[in-house]
Design a protein around this ligand. Sequence first.
Ligand code: DQA
Length: 149
Amino acid sequence: MKPVFVLNGPNLNLLGLREPAIYGAATLKDVETRCRDHASSLGLSVDFRQSNIEGELVSWIHEARDKASGIAINAGAYTHTSVALHDALKAADLPCVELHLSNVYKREAFRHTSLIAPAVNGVICGFGTESYVLALTALHSIIIANKKG
Ligand code: DQA
């Protein structure tokens, strides 16, 4: 099976250092390891990436069309601003799950709007690193259901 792309947006390279009271102590490398372990327990493989550049994320979503079986995306702040990511996710025509470490609905009002949510199957937020694990489980369920259907 093609890998699942796990895409991370701006500032997530600073996980572990950045506002640990909100985002926790785990580094992005720790998150990647957790994703790889969980994915392999589900029989999936992951292609795990991070970029601070909106256009690079758009290009990776285009690449996923042919090379991935699904996308789990923590788009960071671009979640709240990016029509380009919304359009790319729609065009990807793949199972997609949006995720966040923090519960964005408990935070500033500008985080309460996601421009990408209408382009994905579902949204997981507020469970720290576990949000990635839950997103992979959800993607796996969708991929399996699509194969049966
Ligand atoms: C985030 C939430 C976003 O609002 C924020 O801009 C981030 C991280 C999260 O994982 O909780 O960079 O996506």
